[in-house]
Design a protein around this ligand. Structure first.
Ligand code: ADP
Ligand code: MG
Length: 461
């Protein structure tokens, strides 16, 4: 099968240049690795999230013809290296029941960490310097200080990057001596359930082998830990065993332990015994450095002065979103046949992203936005921040959340407090409006009109 796939893929690579620039092929497409054909799609592995997004956003349409011709299919599924094993595991378990998948997972013979997520590529600013220093210290001498290390902060602020940076660093400096295991919380849970499903002893054996033989255990996104008793129990035991054996444990989460409702109390207090530090959204200086770093790493060329302008205008985005904007700008420029991206592309992308409204000034407060939104929709402030769920209230509430997020430099958790909701709800509300802004003129009108009211207020205040 693999031989067939490789052969057909080579034919595709020959044909792609008819539709796709050599830039796109060299940079992204040639980095893909075909690994399987499943039903009507070709399964590919991309080295990085950025590569996957580029393919999905910019190239897939232009790849279809060749895929149709040589594979007789036109869909692709793109995995990242760390999803590959799980995919194969799932595929094997649905396509043949005899595989002992956990056993087959390559352990530490190959560096499992994303090569781009290194300390060198991590921009340090005032909002992340403490956690950066702690991560460095842990990578330098695991299990000496800061154990367990607990990193928390909003989505897209660099938690996974730091976990991989620790992994990469230890890998590069101590490979052979230390067994490093990186796992998302979801994968831990799945592995556990999978082990339960397998013949009892064998399954549990390989599960324990996998996790309890770690010298360094990195667990990403612990907020997804299941409340299932078995999973908590297993996690707690693995945690305790490792901790008592003097192994390093590093955990990330989008919120502090006390806000993870599914976490058992005893686990929570164990975590509290280690070193805990948050990552905040980047300030202007850090945003500028990040933008410059990304431009450098991706070999993008931006017109002079655009970096600082972007740093100013992308003030409400997390780093993942900033990266997405940079890519879009550059690709739009490429699409226009330019090598250097200019302000025209920047404006076009920011317009589309609903990020074009100039920031209002500092007289604006959450209260003022709340008040204005209620006035606009003619509803009661108590209802807006209350629990009602009818459409007449829900949409204004989402609009209000979006406006607070887009117009005020306050953390999502603060907005959450205003509405008595956790920050994932806030993110959901914000995203809902951002989605609508892409397609609905009505929503654009609403946002513009309220912004105008806010502007009138601040000008006359
Ligand atoms: P999280 O796990 O917190 O959701 P990630 O670690 O996945 O966030 O980061 C999202 C993206 O932003 C990644 O591409 C990462 O490389 C990048 N990133 C985050 N923080 C930084 C930083 N300080 N310097 C450079 N890139 C960063
Ligand atoms: Mg992450």
């Amino acid at each position: 099968m693999q031989e067939y796939i490789d052969k057909q893929w080579a034919l595709c690579l020959n044909d792609f240049p008819k539709k796709i620039s050599s830039y796109g092929i060299d940079l992204w497409i040639s980095a893909l690795q075909p690994i399987n054909i499943e039903d009507d799609k070709l399964v590919l592995v991309a080295p990085t999230e950025m590569c996957r997004q580029q393919i999905n956003n910019c190239y897939i349409d232009r790849m279809r013809e060749a895929l149709r011709e040589h594979f007789n299919l036109d869909k692709v599924l793109i995995l990242l290296p760390d999803e590959r094993d799980k995919y194969i595991e799932n595929f094997n378990s649905t396509h043949s029941s005899t595989r002992e998948v956990l056993e087959n997972r390559p352990t530490t013979t190959q560096n499992p960490f994303n090569p781009r997520y290194t300390f060198d590529n991590f921009v340090v600013g005032t909002t992340n310097q403490v956690i950066y220093a702690a991560a460095r210290a842990v990578a330098d001498s695991p299990a000496v200080r800061f154990n367990p290390l607990f990193i928390y902060g909003g989505s897209g602020l660099g938690k996974t990057h730091l976990l991989h940076a620790i992994g990469n660093y230890i890998w590069a400096h101590k490979t052979g001596n230390l067994n490093i295991v990186y796992v998302t919380c979801e994968q831990f849970t799945n592995d556990f359930l999978e082990a339960l499903r397998m013949s009892r002893e064998k399954g549990m054996d390989s599960f324990h082998k996998m996790y309890r033989q770690a010298d360094v255990l990195l667990i990403d996104d612990i907020q997804f830990i299941s409340s299932k008793k078995g999973v908590q129990e297993e996690f707690f035991n693995a945690f305790n065993d490792l901790y008592q054996a003097g192994k390093q444990i590093i955990i990330s989460s989008d919120r502090p332990p006390k806000e993870i409702s599914t976490l058992e109390e005893r686990l929570r207090s164990r975590l509290a015994g280690g070193f805990m530090q948050d990552i905040q959204p980047p300030d202007y200086e850090t945003r500028l450095l990040i933008i410059q770093k990304k431009i450098e790493l991706e070999n993008f060329e931006f017109e002079k002065g655009m970096d600082s302008e972007l740093a100013e205008r992308l003030s409400n985005l997390n780093i993942r979103e900033m990266e997405a904007i940079l890519r879009k700008i550059y690709f739009l420029a490429n699409f226009h046949g330019k090598v250097v991206a200019t302000r025209d592309e920047m404006e076009e992308v920011l317009q589309k992203e609903g990020n074009s409204e100039p920031k209002l000034d500092s007289k604006l407060t959450p209260d003022r936005i709340l008040h204005t939104v209620c006035k606009y929709f003619v509803i009661d402030e108590k209802d807006l921040t209350g629990r009602k769920r009818n459409k007449e209230i829900v949409e204004p509430r989402q609009v209000c959340i979006y406006l607070m997020w887009s117009q005020l430099a306050i953390p999502l958790t603060t907005i959450g407090q205003i509405f008595g909701r956790d920050h994932t709800t806030i993110i959901h509300a914000r995203d809902k409006i951002m989605e609508q802004l892409k397609t609905s003129n009505q929503m654009k009108k609403v946002i513009n009109e309220i912004n105008q009211m806010l502007k009138n207020f601040t000008e006359h205040a």
